[in-house]
Design a protein around this ligand. Structure first.
Ligand code: ATP
Length: 298
């Protein structure tokens, strides 16, 4: 039997979800990106990586950014972090122009960026210590963050003694210990196996619910974006612009079970239409013949 399930529109929101978006709209803007562009000079001439990007993120909102490879996601997050500068437009964090890195913006990358010579606790205390916050109070605060990510038994361990998922949990605790206004995450779970990744997604949602954190999260994974985000920013390519902003209609709290709900599937379908349009030309490349035609293969 070839039965097709009729999906609702991804624009359809239950009253509960619509009310949540109204509440978010009423909150102050933590991050504002206005008419922002970035042109790189290259030996083949200028490369317009980002063009006229406009969006804002409100307090305690969870925003995911998706887009095809090379559409400028990393460039965007590097500019938001203050690690790169736009060539036009501006970025405001709490109304102040971003001119460089700052403790109001924490970063978690895909690669494990812990200091290998420091213990988990020392890694988490690193930022506060640079600010002059040391001693018993700073230590017990660090231990609270370590507990929040469920690693209290590993406070004295070194990064080499931890799994990939555990290292990323330390990276989140370390970023949060600086009490950032916004946490910028660039494919933080990209290197993890599927099961660990699913656990980390739930862990991140728990942390986000427990603290006053605004999150901007880059991912290639459409399921991950729908599972985590309030809104999903879809970047189009050549040059990169905000192609669509999707308000995820899936109610919270989110669990893995919801990945099969009609609203989840409808949102994912819309993302697929945007990221992999039907009209996209099929790849036409030639694979060199590696064996002679008369070889006996398979
Ligand atoms: N330093 C640079 N010099 C020249 N061009 C650059 C530079 N950095 C990025 N680009 C170009 O800008 C565009 C966007 O790159 P970016 O790395 O931001 O994309 P991305 O969406 O993060 O890609 P991926 O998903 O593959 O990581 C690409 O065309 C890239 O070649």
């Amino acid at each position: 039997m070839n039965e097709q399930i009729e999906l609702p529109s991804y624009l359809e929101q239950s009253p509960e979800v619509a009310a949540r978006f109204q509440r978010i709209q009423a909150r102050p803007e933590v991050l504002k990106v206005a008419n922002m562009g970035r042109v790189f000079d290259s030996n083949k001439g200028p490369v317009q990586a980002l063009n006229d990007i406009n969006f804002s993120v409100r307090r305690r909102e969870f925003v995911c950014v998706i887009g095809q490879s090379g559409c400028g996601k990393s460039t965007l997050i590097r500019i938001l972090a203050g690690l790169d500068q736009p060539t036009s437009g501006q970025v405001l964090c709490d109304g102040e122009p971003v001119t460089g890195p700052g403790k109001d913006r924490g970063m978690v990358f895909q690669g494990y960026t812990l200091f290998p010579w420091l213990t988990v606790k020392q890694n988490v205390m690193f930022g506060p210590a640079m600010e002059g916050r040391k001693g018993q109070a700073a230590e017990s605060e660090a231990l609270q963050w370590i507990e929040m990510v469920g690693l209290e038994k590993f406070a004295e361990s070194y990064p080499s003694e931890l799994s990939g998922g555990m290292k990323q949990r330390v990276a989140i605790a370390r970023a949060m210990a600086n009490q950032p206004r916004i946490l910028l995450m660039d494919e933080p779970f990209g290197a993890l196996d599927a099961q660990t990744r699913a656990q980390m997604q739930q862990h991140l949602l728990q942390i986000w619910r427990a603290v006053d954190a605004t999150i901007l999260f880059i991912t290639h994974d459409l399921d991950e974006a729908v599972l985590l985000a309030d809104r999903i920013l879809v970047l189009g390519a050549n040059p990169s612009r905000v192609q669509e902003v999707i308000e995820v209609p899936v109610p919270r709290p989110r669990t893995l079970d919801q990945c099969l709900s009609p609203s989840f599937l409808a949102t994912k379908k819309r993302l697929e239409e945007l990221i992999h349009p039907q009209t996209e030309r099929k790849a036409s490349f030639k694979i060199p013949r590696l064996v002679a035609a008369d070889d006996d293969v398979l």
